[in-house]
Design a protein around this ligand. Structure first.
Ligand SMILES: [Zn+2]
Length: 141
């Protein structure tokens, strides 16, 4: 079954991420796009949406650097001394999505600028005894 025939679900969105594809849905009626994908258009209430692959390019609209974070991030070695940044990115296609921001100096948040062009990357974490986990991230492009 090709990507485009799969039902629009978060499960299938996450599966696409594992294959390093950033997928969203696009309303066939008004053209609005959603990432993560939605089955119902919140703009015109249409249920006719289709899969669309995002370019992954966008700009930072917000970010924060976090010293005390989620357990998962702590397990990756992040701490007060080694903070990580979490960003909200507005994709060139329009939708906003969040992800870890890498390739920046997390200890100097004032060097990170809003509107910096970024591109999506797929952050792989090896988990003992499990399939590697892939998370969406962004890096200045
Ligand atoms: Zn619509």
């Amino acid at each position: 079954m090709s990507e485009s025939e799969k039902e629009i679900t978060i499960q299938n969105y996450l599966e696409a991420l594992q294959n390093e594809k950033l997928m969203g849905s696009k309303c066939k009626k008004c053209g609005e796009m959603f990432v993560p994908p939605r089955k119902l258009c919140t703009k015109c209430n249409s249920t006719e949406l289709k899969w669309i692959e995002m370019s992954g390019k966008g700009k930072i609209t917000a970010f924060s650097c976090i010293g005390v974070g989620a357990t998962f991030m702590a397990s990756k070695g992040y701490s007060m001394k080694k903070p990580y940044c979490f960003s909200v990115v507005k994709l060139d296609e329009g939708p906003m999505i969040s992800g870890q921001l890498i390739g920046v100096d997390e200890t100097k948040p004032d060097t990170i600028k809003i509107d910096t062009p970024v591109k999506a990357i797929f952050l792989k974490t090896d988990i003992k005894g499990e399939e590697p986990r892939i998370d969406l991230g962004f890096i200045p492009s």
